[in-house]
Write a protein that binds this ligand. Structure first.
Ligand SMILES: *[C@@H]1O[C@H](CO)[C@@H](O)[C@H](O)[C@H]1NC(C)=O
Ligand SMILES: *[C@@H]1O[C@H](CO)[C@@H](O)[C@H](O)[C@H]1NC(C)=O
Ligand SMILES: *[C@@H]1O[C@H](CO)[C@@H](O)[C@H](O)[C@H]1NC(C)=O
Ligand SMILES: *[C@@H]1O[C@H](CO)[C@@H](O)[C@H](O)[C@H]1NC(C)=O
Ligand SMILES: *[C@@H]1O[C@H](CO)[C@@H](O)[C@H](O)[C@H]1NC(C)=O
Ligand SMILES: *[C@@H]1O[C@H](CO)[C@@H](O)[C@H](O)[C@H]1NC(C)=O
Ligand SMILES: *[C@@H]1O[C@H](CO)[C@@H](O)[C@H](O)[C@H]1NC(C)=O
Length: 903
């Protein structure tokens, strides 16, 4: 008997097969490929799923396919598999394919019966019925007798249940009286709940599919997230659909790059539609759509043409569908009844709406109608808005009403407001309402003006998307009159955003600043899309970003074709390997300023850098390399480059580069080579020491040395080093105008030696920094006489953090008051000043005609003194700024008095 039953069932597999394949499904909607042709052929590509961490199957970075995941779970004693995926992710077709493959005997062989339902079908059943009757209703080919036997062996049965989110009643077990007997009568949703909660057919297996909704909390089992088509699946599907590889590649590239709807491309259903529409267009020798809007124009035109109605009917149909679309948005209705369809004016079209809508139900007057694709819903809503003749509703109100749920509505409207874009629709549907077009243009202009004045990244990008859909270059130029604000940080752009931004920049022809600050992972794809924008940007900021190797390749080639003058890659974790790739582009480009601070570079990168600098085409002037392990070996390679007449470098910043005295000889040699154009070198926080200074200073009195500024901040220097500086500064040839020796223990000896050099008439020194150098009162006294000498060119003096007290600093106040002193900036922070200095200080500020700024922070002046100081500062002709901040030692409260005056 048992074997007769299975023969019976097995024999009927063919029936299952043809049932599924002939089902008037919606899978082929919107002009996409027919579901039967997808399922019953080798063209089918299984969607991808995500894998929970810790599970295997993530071999070589390949995510397992949906089908394998289901087979594996079911052979692993898992009896409930829950597929979760959004609209169009390919769940329905995947489940149909699963059942077809079983029916063909290709998989799931251990199940003698597989029952497949869609929840939307069960919703159409009236009243109470038993599981036995329900199954017989859909699977009439199995005799009542065999069915009874099947139901006695639950472990041989697999239930495949689609659209569970459409369950019109809750699956909450507590709201039902669950049944356990297959012959017991219950509502369809109670039967489903009883099956899923294992009171009915305990031991049977389930594969259920749902969108991510609240219903998931009632679904137990192994959850599988359906991701749809990533790039490899798209490639596979396109190449199977278009048997000609060139056509497949053309179509795929076009969908991915030109259309710019990257997140939508992951929807298999979108790919099925795009392929069919593209094929029609390509076969007819027509142009492929440039934007998502144009794609939907093509879909609409195609679908309407299949109906062969006249223009008046076409218009009426689209208007009615627009009403329905709005209704479904506003009332959050998933579907509409036949009566509702009447009210939208769709009664006469009920036989035709199937090309746009999902139709559930057998009896034409008791069907439910819903939009299977939200994009299509929004497209119809936008189109019908411009078709309507009434003037009653303004654009702003219409968008306000729908915008919380709609994603593309305003983009579609933006495109529709352009005559060229809407022309194919007007040919089909008649003229659009020009008042509404004008109204939209007005709204778009004023709202984008507001948005572009502000600093909200997402709003900027949204505005770019609207411009992109409109495809009107003069409109872009009209709305974006100044690229000042577009240039705020656009870090972490999505691929779609890259497309829109790129479009806008292409229309503008250039961009002042491309700011991608904090782009967490600039991928190859993003960089490829942004390449034209990169080429057209004067300045590029990738600060705090991280770039994939592929992205660096695109960056390099975009730079080499482009106009970029400044590039900031600070803290971008570049490393030597990626830097090598970048150098390919740096060799021949317009770049003048390059920031490579904290980029994990080592001496290995210096070889590449040197070859860039001596390429003969490099325009690099300023290089920032702080915090890279360049070391002496690396720096020496760069010094060699400096000796080349091809190297145009003028500024080199090398703080914290682990240099020692070992490389100073090489620097010195470069500086006197007669080829170096170096004007500034920053060696702060490198252990240069006495021997290093000795080697370096040899260059300073050489007639060919062009250096004007050098920074040895925190370089472990001592007073002895100052002998070498003094000797250099005493030379007529020395051009040095800026010297920073702060945070070195120079002491009185060193300070006095420097003063001796500074007092030489003809000394060019303008900016001197000696903060935290253990200077004494005698040194301040000498500095005072230098300033008063009438020959000193000193404009800026920083001698803070030397504790010389009121007595010491008094020498400087007296000097400042002297008419021969040209000082403009003075920093005496933390020198131990008290109120006793007040009078001298005020006298100095009053007398000086040049002093602009004084830094007094962290001294012991009281509020009374500060008040008096503020007053003299305000009365002074020259003073622009007086800074005074301090921490009271008792309670660490910060007091701040800062006076800023701009003329
Ligand atoms: C499925 O495809 C095969 C050949 O690939 C064909 O013979 C068969 O008729 C198809 N089945 C249905 C039900 O379309
Ligand atoms: C099918 O059933 C056989 C016998 O019960 C068992 O050994 C085998 O593991 C099952 N295979 C799967 C894929 O469940
Ligand atoms: C039609 O939709 C209503 C409301 O969403 C729902 O309650 C009902 O079950 C559906 N009927 C059919 C036949 O799908
Ligand atoms: C579910 O659908 C059935 C059949 O259309 C209907 O009788 C029932 O009222 C619906 N339940 C809810 C909660 O909408
Ligand atoms: C583009 O937009 C501008 C400004 O709104 C408009 O004057 C022009 O007619 C549009 N161009 C085309 C080709 O539609
Ligand atoms: C960056 O993106 C690429 C390509 O999408 C990916 O392979 C890589 O793992 C990502 N890296 C990080 C750190 O997220
Ligand atoms: C004053 O000194 C404190 C502690 O030494 C320091 O943290 C602070 O930065 C100094 N203030 C200014 C304005 O430099």
């Amino acid at each position: 008997h048992q074997s007769k039953m299975s023969d019976d069932v097995l024999f009927k597999r063919d029936t299952v097969l043809s049932n599924i394949l002939s089902r008037k499904g919606l899978s082929s909607f919107l002009g996409g490929e027919q579901s039967d042709s997808l399922i019953n052929s080798s063209k089918y590509i299984s969607p991808l799923i995500s894998v929970a961490e810790g599970t295997d199957g993530n071999l070589e970075g390949n995510l397992p396919s949906l089908h394998n995941a289901i087979y594996n779970a079911l052979s692993d004693d898992v009896t409930n598999v829950v597929l979760v995926g959004s609209e169009g992710s390919g769940k329905t077709i995947a489940l149909e394919k699963l059942v077809v493959d079983w029916a063909k005997g290709e998989c799931l062989k251990n199940f003698s019966c597989v029952f497949h339902f869609r929840m939307r079908e069960l919703n159409c059943l009236d009243g109470a019925l038993s599981l036995h009757a329900l199954l017989r209703h859909y699977h009439g080919h199995i005799s009542a007798e065999s069915m009874a036997l099947v139901l006695q062996k639950p472990e041989d049965v697999l239930f495949v249940l689609d659209d569970v989110h459409q369950c019109n009643e809750s699956l909450d077990p507590s709201v039902h009286t669950l049944c356990s007997d297959p012959s017991q009568l219950a509502s369809p949703s109670c039967l489903v709940a009883s099956l899923l909660h294992r009171s009915l057919m305990k031991g049977a297996a389930f594969v259920v599919a749902t969108r991510p909704t609240g219903i998931m909390k009632f679904l137990s089992g192994t959850q599988v997230e359906v991701l749809g088509f990533l790039k490899p699946q798209r490639e596979a599907y396109f190449s199977k659909f278009f048997t000609n590889p060139a056509a497949a590649n053309k179509a795929l590239m076009h969908m991915e790059r030109t259309l710019g709807c990257y997140d939508i491309c992951t929807s298999p259903r979108f790919c099925w539609t795009v392929c069919s529409i593209y094929k029609c267009l390509m076969d007819a020798g027509k142009k492929l759509p440039e934007t998502l809007f144009q794609l939907y124009v093509n879909i609409l035109v195609y679908l309407i043409q299949t109906l062969s109605l006249n223009e008046a009917y076409n218009r009426e149909l689209v208007l009615a569908l627009g009403k329905m679309a709005s209704h479904c948005f506003l009332d959050q209705h998933l579907s509409c009844t036949t009566e509702e369809m009447d009210s939208f004016g769709l009664r006469q079209f009920l036989g035709s709406v199937g090309v746009f809508l999902q139709v559930d139900g057998d009896h034409s007057d008791r069907c439910n109608f819903s939009f299977p694709s939200q994009q299509m819903q929004e497209f119809l809503l936008a189109t019908s808005f411009f078709l309507e003749n009434s003037k009653s509703e303004g654009v702003e109100k219409m968008l306000e009403k729908h915008n919380s749920r709609a994603k593309f509505l305003d983009s579609f409207m933006s495109a529709l407001s352009e005559p060229v874009q809407r022309r194919p629709l007007e040919t089909l549907l008649g003229e659009m309402n020009s008042d509404r077009v004008v109204d939209f243009k007005h709204w778009f202009k004023s709202s984008s003006e507001m948005i572009l004045k502000g600093y909200c990244k997402d709003k900027h990008l949204h505005c770019f998307h609207l411009l992109y859909q409109a495809q009107n270059e003069s409109l872009v130029k009209e709305l974006i009159t100044s690229s000042d604000n577009i240039g705020m940080s656009y870090g972490d752009l999505s691929l779609q955003d890259c497309v829109a931004l790129n479009y806008v920049v292409k229309c503008l022809g250039e961009m002042k600043m491309l700011n991608l600050y904090r782009t967490r992972n600039l991928t190859e794809g993003q960089a490829e899309l942004l390449a034209p924008t990169i080429s057209m940007s004067h300045k590029i900021i990738l600060l705090h970003s991280s770039l994939s190797t592929g992205a660096v390749t695109y960056l390099a080639s975009a730079l080499s074709r482009g106009i970029t003058k400044e590039l900031d890659l600070t803290q971008s974790c570049l490393g030597d390997d990626k830097f090598k790739i970048l150098c390919v582009g740096l060799r021949d480009c317009k770049l003048q300023h390059l920031k490579l601070e904290v980029c994990s570079l080592t001496e290995a990168s210096c070889e590449d850098l040197a070859s860039v600098l001596t390429s003969g085409t490099s325009q690099l002037r300023v290089l920032y390399m702080r915090c890279n392990q360049i070391r002496d070996q690396g720096f020496m390679k760069m010094c060699k480059a400096l000796c080349s007449p091809l190297c145009k470098l003028q500024e080199l910043h090398l703080q914290y580069c682990e240099l020692t005295s070992g490389s100073m000889e090489a620097l010195s040699a470069a500086l006197i080579s007669g080829q170096s154009e170096l004007k500034k070198v920053n060696l702060a926080y490198n252990n240069v020491g006495l021997r290093g200074v000795e080697a370096f200073c040899k260059s300073l009195h050489h007639p060919l040395c062009t250096l004007r500024s050098v920074i040895f901040y925190g370089c472990e220097l001592t007073g002895e080093c100052c002998h070498h500086f003094m000797e250099a500064l005493m030379s007529e040839n020395c051009l040095l105008a800026e010297l920073d020796l702060s945070v070195n223990n120079l002491g009185q000896e060193g300070g006095l030696l420097l003063c001796q050099a500074l007092s030489r008439p003809g000394c060019r020194m303008e900016t001197l920094c000696l903060q935290g150098c253990e200077l004494t009162q005698s040194v301040f006294q000498e500095l005072g006489s230098v300033l008063r000498s009438g020959t000193s060119q000193l404009r800026s003096l920083s001698v803070g953090v030397n504790t010389v007290g009121d007595q010491g600093v008094k020498h400087l106040w007296d000097a400042v008051a002297h008419p021969g002193c040209l000082l403009e900036e003075l920093d005496v922070e933390m020198t131990g000043l008290t109120d006793a200095s007040l009078e001298d200080l005020c006298t100095a500020v009053r007398a000086s005609k040049t002093l602009k700024s004084v830094e007094l922070s962290n001294n012991s002046l009281t509020d009374d003194s500060v008040r008096a100081l503020v007053q003299v500062t305000q009365q002074s002709q020259s003073m622009l700024e007086m800074r005074y901040a301090w921490f009271t030692s008792v309670n660490y409260k910060l007091s701040l008095a800062s006076v800023n005056m701009l003329n």
